[in-house]
Design a protein around this ligand. Structure first.
Ligand code: ATP
Length: 231
């Protein structure tokens, strides 16, 4: 059977004040698949994530979650319908401890599950999140999704500034979630590492998805053209 489409943006137009950033974005993320959203700085990748999560309103177009129109729903209602955003820059509170950060998102029994699955965090529970390494912070930000898998996980540049070994661990978490049927949208500026994980690749340029296709169709020539804007 065809994979269920967990997230779809259709002709999405959005921006900030008078500045239009998304100029008609079409993007679909099926359940149990990883879509890598690539493109140069400023192409509109982060804005796409925010629009999907309901943090930037659409001026036109639609967002669907599991086939239901959520275009008009605020972010907290979309979170309730299963959209989990791991924003750019980790999204943890540096002045709160690991335990306090988890408590904002999870009830007590689920926090125990986090420590079971991620023993590295268990030993750090009373430490301020700001004192963790970048990799530990990213894992902390993703931990709630690991114990309570969302329908859609959107990760904005999860590998930014992290050592390759940690990136590998984070991508293993994504792979596990994919096997549990989660739809993953993973934004990266550089293609190298995320290509190994992705089922589908979408390139953004100037506020539009200018190419999308199976990962197997992506080669160096296509990448070069995508980044140079000559697709
Ligand atoms: P980056 O890798 O820099 O995050 P991106 O592809 O994610 O790039 P966006 O962050 O979506 O791109 O930014 C697209 C455009 O929107 C840029 O021109 C940026 O300056 C502008 N922009 C982003 N956030 C805001 C904001 N809060 N207010 C005004 N303009 C913004």
């Amino acid at each position: 059977p065809p994979a269920t489409e967990a997230l779809r943006l259709e002709s999405a137009v959005a921006g900030y004040g008078d500045a239009t950033v998304l100029r008609g974005v079409d993007l679909a993320v099926p359940s149990g698949q990883v879509v890598a959203l690539l493109g140069a700085n400023g192409a509109g990748k982060s804005t796409t994530c925010l629009a999907a999560a309901g943090l930037v309103p659409l001026a036109a177009g639609w967002v669907y979650v599991d086939g239901a129109d959520v275009t008009g729903l605020p972010a907290h209602r979309r979170a309730n319908s299963g959209v989990f955003l791991a924003p750019e820059g980790r999204g943890v509170f540096p002045g709160l401890t690991v335990e306090e950060n988890l408590a904002l998102r999870l009830p007590e029994p689920a926090r125990a599950d986090v420590y079971d699955r991620l023993p590295a965090l268990a030993g750090r529970r009373t430490v301020d999140a700001g004192a963790l390494s970048g990799g530990e912070q990213q894992i902390l930000a993703l931990a709630p999704a690991l114990v309570r898998p969302p329908r859609v996980l959107i990760a904005d540049e999860p590998s930014l500034g992290l050592a390759p070994l940690i990136v590998e661990q984070i991508f293993e978490i994504f792979d596990e979630l994919r096997r549990e049927g989660v739809a993953l949208l993973v934004v990266e500026e550089k293609a190298d590492e995320v290509l190994a994980l992705a089922d589908t690749v979408a390139f953004m340029r100037l506020g539009r998805v200018v190419w999308s296709g199976a990962r197997s169709e992506v080669d160096d020539g296509l990448l070069t053209n995508a980044y140079l804007g000559s697709l």
